[in-house]
Design a protein around this ligand. Structure first.
Ligand SMILES: [Zn+2]
Length: 270
């Protein structure tokens, strides 16, 4: 499942191909994604794409009249292709641009989404109640400390809660807590302000590092088989249950927290 770094790297990769381009045609071959693709999304045809932004895990194509929101779900990805290229089985949406390029959306499991938010329209529910972006100045240790005080939840579930901070999924929650040396099952409200500060800093570092690692693979994205959305990363704990801790050599353990598999080092994380 793509997390915030993959989405951000996709945004950086696609941005130069879409900004300033006019959408000549939108082709939806399969409208049954996580939610049905709304007919209103065809309003994008004839519009100039002013910017490509990201909010949480949504890519947002901004036009003068509204925004197309793209979510990758479990298996979505985008490619930049010449218009003449023939779509494959899971290529559900094509965005044709005045440059003769097509932005093609592929999603075998169809848990992703294409939505339309009209500028004057009612705000989409998916954009409501979102916490700050983790890599902005709005996400501070003071903010997280205040939010954590009355929470009867584990620190792992707390930082994965989108209304607290967006874009910290299972992989980066596990990695951030390992870097913080904090046990993922600790109660959020029992962390000291110093510990909360370390958690905030770790979240910023692991996400920034992942985006930088992904950025190095950007050149592959316009290749015929290059998919915008996934890249290999070096992770410290995620996916390494039973393997030695890279810091202390202790065997990494895994537990379920809120139904999500959580890998940690019982020696390093207290
Ligand atoms: Zn360890």
């Amino acid at each position: 499942m793509p997390e915030l770094p993959e989405i951000e790297v996709s945004r950086i990769g696609i941005k130069p191909y879409v900004e300033g381009q006019t959408v000549t045609k939108l082709e939806v071959r399969q409208p049954k994604l996580r939610w049905p693709v709304p007919d209103s999304i065809y309003d994008i045809e004839g519009q100039v794409i002013r910017s490509l932004k990201r909010r949480a895990k949504y890519l947002i194509l901004e036009t003068n009249i509204g925004y197309a929101l793209i979510h990758f779900g479990m298996s979505g990805s985008l490619r930049i292709l010449p218009e003449s290229s023939v779509p494959g089985r899971h290529d559900h949406v094509d965005l044709h641009l005045s440059s003769g390029t097509v932005i093609r959306y592929n999603d075998p499991r169809r848990f992703g989404a294409w939505l339309w938010q009209a500028k004057q329209g009612k705000r989409l529910q998916v954009l409501e109640n979102l916490g700050p972006e983790p890599l902005t100045d709005a996400f501070t240790s003071e903010y997280l400390f205040v939010k954590s005080r009355n929470r009867c939840t584990t620190i792992k579930e707390f930082i994965m809660n989108n209304s607290i901070v967006v874009g910290v999924g299972n992989i980066y929650a596990s990695e951030s807590l390992f870097m913080s040396k904090i046990h993922p099952k600790r109660q959020a409200r029992k962390l000291t302000s110093e510990e909360i500060e370390i958690v905030v800093e770790s979240i910023k570092v692991v996400l920034t590092t992942a985006i930088q690692q992904g950025g190095t693979t950007l050149k592959d994205y316009t290749q015929p088989n290059g998919k915008l959305g996934y890249f290999f990363q070096e992770l410290q704990v995620y996916g390494r249950t039973g393997k030695p801790c890279l810091v202390c050599n202790n065997t990494l353990e895994s537990i379920k927290i809120g139904q999500r598999n959580t890998v940690f080092c019982s020696h390093c994380q207290k």
